[in-house]
Design a protein around this ligand. Structure first.
Ligand SMILES: Cc1cc2nc3c(=O)[nH]c(=O)nc-3n(C[C@H](O)[C@H](O)[C@H](O)COP(=O)(O)OP(=O)(O)OC[C@H]3O[C@@H](n4cnc5c(N)ncnc54)[C@H](O)[C@@H]3O)c2cc1C
Length: 418
């Protein structure tokens, strides 16, 4: 089934053209071969060499078409081979490209590389651009972002214990990280390190620095890919043991690591939420199609049943509410208004709505819903994971409440129109 995308009246021509061109690639190039692109990885048996070679070949052809249509790397400026989209344009493109799972990688936006690329664009020196950013954007290198630690609360970055100490012209790094995504393939990691004495009177947020660490540096020990949802993964546990890198591998000034992480996460949350909207859109199409075709007891189609009609209505509301909240938040962010409360709100609401929408679709499909023949099982675990990654729900609820209470304590009330 093709994705139904037509111009949105209140959007400008440029955004509409991007959405339509993206949908054309999704509908004509990706959906017809979706099973061949990724399907082999759901097959319990070992994938054959031929099927892997065919998938690689198909992916290369699609990437070439994406580049010909100027839809490559929406998150990067043109000088680094990207589309140079504004924040809002990129968000609108994401809801379309996330219709097909994995399609983002065919448009040159793959986490964690995309987040690292943005950090390198903003904080990297010309030399770091040449050495790390350009090979990364050209696909000659892979990367990981190494922040979370097994023995400290990842939801509180101030608890990070990995230390980097200056010894002459070198940083010496010691620490234990895990869930460093893409760890097996990565050529380098951006590692979040504590770079000053914990008793230092400076601000808590000024004590972190992000440092580029090539994976082949002595002392970088990738222990394992941590299994996730019962499957092998590339989210790696890594020990950094007396790892020495040149001082010039630090990103930005010493102590700017916390700000760089905030920059990465703020925009990233909107992109993730728009991706979730795209995945919900696909889920909805699949579910409604099934409801209109499946015949059950008594020879009636599922669409005759009120339980099923309820699923359609509830999912419609979940998707529309999510989409409007994300678009509103992205508009605020683009206009430079304080959008922190809204970012936290979508970070909680959208993954939960996504989870509900996929849960209903799985129920409608029965056994097929949990099978590898549909993208639903992957969406389901993805939605659940999103409630933890990039800040768990509880932390965002605390932030929302704090921001609101601050206003009321200052004698104001909340203006929901702005
Ligand atoms: C698939 C996946 C990929 C990931 N990729 C990366 C990556 O590439 N790089 C990286 O560095 N990290 C990555 N992470 C880690 C992720 O960012 C962390 O899991 C997340 O920040 C939460 O940290 P934590 O797991 O240590 O949980 P904790 O901080 O221990 O929190 C656990 C739970 O405690 C509760 N809680 C925490 N704080 C509060 C509070 N203040 N009040 C009330 N309740 C609270 C919440 O219920 C929370 O879910 C990834 C995680 C997953 C699952």
């Amino acid at each position: 089934m093709a994705m139904n995308v037509s111009p949105v009246p209140h959007l400008d021509d440029e955004v509409n053209e991007i959405r339509l061109a993206t949908a054309e690639i999704i509908n004509e190039e990706i959906l017809p071969v979706e099973e061949k692109l990724w399907g082999y990885s759901f097959d319990g048996s070992r994938a054959s060499r031929e099927s892997i070679a065919e998938a690689n070949d198909l992916r290369r052809q699609i990437r070439d078409k994406v580049k010909q249509r100027n839809l490559w790397a929406p998150h990067l400026p043109p000088e680094f081979g990207g589309m140079g989209l504004s924040f809002l344009q990129h968000a609108y493109m994401n809801e379309v490209l996330a219709y097909s799972p994995g399609a983002a990688s065919l448009f040159g936006v793959v986490a964690p590389n995309s987040g690292n690329q943005k950090i390198l664009v903003k904080y990297g020196s010309p030399d770091q651009h040449r050495k790390w950013l350009i090979p990364l954007t050209e696909g000659r290198m892979q990367s990981g972002f190494s922040m979370t630690e097994p023995h400290n609360a990842g939801s509180d970055p101030r608890s990070i214990q990995t230390r980097a100490e200056l010894d002459g012209d070198e940083w010496v790094i010691n620490g234990h990280k895990w869930f460093t995504s893409n760890g097996h393939a990565a050529d380098f990691f951006i590692v979040m390190c504590r770079t000053s004495d914990p008793d230092d009177p400076g601000g808590v947020n000024d004590r972190m620095t992000q440092i580029i660490v090539p994976k082949d540096t002595p002392g970088v020990n990738v222990i394992r890919g941590v299994p996730v949802w019962g499957k092998a993964s590339s989210h790696c546990e890594i020990k950094y043991e007396n790892v020495r890198v040149p001082k010039e591998n630090q990103l930005g000034r010493t102590g700017s690591g916390h700000q760089a992480a905030q920059d990465r996460l703020g925009a990233g949350r909107i992109y993730h939420c728009m991706n979730s909207v795209g995945s919900m859109w696909r889920t909805f199409d699949l579910m409604v199609e099934r409801i209109t075709t499946r015949v059950v007891h008594g020879g009636e189609k599922l669409e005759e049943k009120q339980f099923m009609q309820g699923f359609i209505a509830d999912s419609y509301m979940d998707i529309q509410a999510s989409r409007l909240m994300v678009v509103d938040c992205a508009n605020k962010m683009e206009s430079g208004a304080d959008s922190r409360t809204d970012i936290s709100a979508i970070k909680i609401f959208v993954p939960a709505a996504y989870h509900r929408v996929v849960d209903r679709a799985i129920q409608v499909f029965g056994a097929k819903g949990v099978s590898g023949d549909l993208p639903l099982a992957g969406f389901y675990t993805g939605a659940r994971t999103l409630r933890i990654a990039d800040g768990p729900d509880e932390v965002h609820k605390i932030l929302i409440a704090k921001n609101i209470l601050r206003r009321y304590h200052a004698g104001e009330t909340w203006d929901f129109g702005n």
